[in-house]
Each structure stands twice: as structure tokens, then as C-alpha cells.
Design a protein around this ligand. Structure first.
Ligand code: GDP
Length: 296
């Protein structure tokens, strides 16, 4: 179920509940079951959906709601709040400050859109007057440096990498040092992805992180990852201090539920979403407008 369909299904469930003459236990349960089904079909993790259902039922205690209370509004508000709660870990991520050097490290599986997203993130900040720079610490994938170089050149963003050096830690450290000297205020380190969550990938990430001491680690996740999202995000979080999530390919036919799961697994907010292959197809992510839009 794609994100728009998910919103439609939840809205329909709420509308049906609203149309009932009397809102009793059965009407509420039917509504919550419809919402549960829609969330599960969108790949939101089962445990999260169960928690959400329990929370709504404890907030909306029909017997205790005195006559005259607007039950419809209370239920709608509870659903809205619970969806926001899943997407809001309760604490904002580290936000880089202009003119003060920050190191931001990107991690994620190969193909998630990590390299593309590094450039989008750099380009977004450059347009706002920052001085970003890109470091390619992916020595595993042949062509990774060329891809970053091409993107960086197109966006006129300074970059650093090597065709010869095979130690990603060395490249990362050299790149960060060089751009600190050049007074760049946003130094972005792209790391290796690999196909699977393998021990060597996590060890390399840990080493790059230890050596460059990033102010923020961003986990990049493909929105079509589905039910695997929770475990994948959690595995990354256990290896490096993930502080924020960027969900890519939100323009495709992806099931959006993975984003909700990634937030829960990393206890970190989604800060941007990728909505296309181009450099400027990149949007700031805000929970409340997103959920409002989702529910139409
Ligand atoms: P990496 O292996 O994680 O570095 O992934 P890449 O940055 O090379 O991206 C893999 C593919 O996904 C490329 O073809 C990108 O153009 C594409 N891609 C990345 N982000 C998005 C997005 O937000 N929307 C769409 N449609 N494609 C994307």
C-alpha cells in the first residue's frame, strides 16, 4: 500500500466511524481494526501498530466519556496524535550551525540512495549560504568516487576522495582535515554501503566514525524496504550513533510504513525525504504537516 493509499484508508475508516449514528465499542473497534490493517499493509511494524491501538483505546474510554463529549473529534485527534508519536522520537536531532564546522556522516545500505542524498543535503545547505564539502570514504564500490565527484562537480561543491587509497578511514580523516582548514562549515562523509548488513560494513563504519568524530550520523533508508526497515535501522543504530534518518524514493510506489519503523528503531527523527533522482528533489520533513497531509 503506498503512502497516499494508507492516508486514504485511515481517512475512510475515520469517516465511517463518524457516519455511525451512535459511537459504541463496536464502531470504535471496527474503525481501529481498519486502521490497523492499513498500517500493517503499509509495512509498519506489527509491534508499533499494536501499541498504537492499545494507546488509542486507553485514551478513548467510551464509557467514561460523558454525554456531550464529541467522541468523533476525540477519536480523530487520538489517531492523529498517535501517528505523530510514532514519527516523533521526542528529541530533535543535532542541527549544524552555519559558520561553525560540523562533520556529518552518512550510513546506509548500498542502493539506498546514500551518495545521491549526500549531494542533495550539501546542495540544500549551499543554497542557504553554507559552505559544504563532500568526502568519499567508500572505497568498496568501484565507481563510488566517480559518482560523488560527478554530483559534486555539477553542484559546484568541493569534494575529496582517492582512486588509489583503499583505507576508508585514512581518506575520511584526510578529507575532514582538509575541509576544516578550508573553513567549510558542513563536511559530509559518504561511507561504504554493501549489499547486506555484514559485520565488515559495520566495523568499517565504526572506525570511520571513531576517527572523524561526526557531530551527526544520518541513516539513509530506501522507503521501499518494507517490513525489514525496523531490523535494518536497529542494526545500524547498534553500530554507530545514528542521530537522524533520511528516507529516500518517497516519489515511487513505495510503502511508506518503513519510515515509521525506522524512527522507532533508531529513536531518531526523519529530517528530510528524497522525492526524485534530481538534486533538488529533496524536502524538509515535518511530522505534523506530513500526518495532516497523509490523512487528507
Ligand atoms: P547508494 O548506493 O546508497 O549510494 O545509492 P545511490 O545514491 O547510488 O542511488 C541509487 C539509485 O537510487 C540511483 O539510481 C539514484 O538516482 C536513485 N535515487 C536516490 N534517491 C532517490 C529518490 O529520492 N527518488 C528516486 N526516484 N530515486 C532515487
Amino acid at each position: 500500500m503506498v503512502l497516499a493509499e494508507l492516508g486514504g484508508s485511515i481517512s475512510r475508516a475515520l469517516q465511517q466511524m463518524s457516519n455511525a449514528t451512535i459511537i459504541d465499542e463496536k464502531v470504535l473497534n471496527d474503525c481501529l481494526n481498519d486502521i490497523t490493517r492499513a498500517l500493517l499493509q503499509s509495512d509498519v511494524q506489527f509491534k508499533l501498530v499494536r501499541e498504537m491501538q492499545t494507546n488509542i483505546k486507553s485514551i478513548v474510554n467510551l464509557e467514561d466519556l460523558a454525554a456531550g463529549h464529541n467522541k468523533r473529534r476525540i477519536i480523530q485527534q487520538a489517531v492523529f496524535n498517535e501517528l505523530c508519536k510514532i514519527l516523533d522520537p521526542g528529541k530533535p536531532s543535532f542541527t549544524p550551525k552555519k559558520a561553525k564546522p560540523s562533520v556529518v556522516m552518512f550510513v546506509g545500505l548500498q542502493g539506498s540512495g546514500k551518495t545521491t542524498t549526500c549531494t542533495k543535503y550539501a546542495y540544500y545547505h549551499q543554497k542557504k549560504g553554507w559552505k559544504p564539502a563532500l568526502v568519499c570514504a567508500d572505497t568498496f564500490r568501484a565507481g563510488a568516487f566517480d559518482q560523488l565527484k560527478q554530483n559534486a562537480t555539477k553542484a559546484k561543491i568541493p569534494f575529496y576522495g582517492s582512486y588509489m587509497e583503499s583505507d576508508p578511514v585514512k581518506i575520511a580523516v584526510e578529507g575532514v582535515e582538509r575541509f576544516k582548514k578550508e573553513n567549510c562549515d558542513l563536511i559530509i562523509v559518504d561511507t561504504s554501503g554493501r549489499h547486506k548488513q555484514e559485520a565488515a560494513l559495520f566495523e568499517e563504519m565504526r572506525q570511520v566514525s571513531e576517527a572523524t568524530k561526526p557531530d551527526l550520523v544520518i541513516f539513509v533508508m530506501d522507503s521501499s524496504i518494507g517490513q525489514a526497515a525496523f531490523d535494518q535501522a536497529q542494526a545500524f543504530k547498534q553500530s554507530v550513533a545514528v542521530g537522524a534518518v533520511i528516507v529516500t524514493k518517497m516519489d515511487g510506489h513505495a510503502k511508506g510504513g518503513g519510515a515509521l519503523s525506522a524512527v522507532a528503531a533508531t529513536k531518531s527523527p526523519v529530517i528530510f525525504i528524497g522525492t526524485g533522482e534530481h538534486m533538488d528533489e529533496f524536502e524538509v520533513f515535518d511530522v505534523k504537516p506530513f500526518v495532516s497531509r497523509l490523512l487528507g
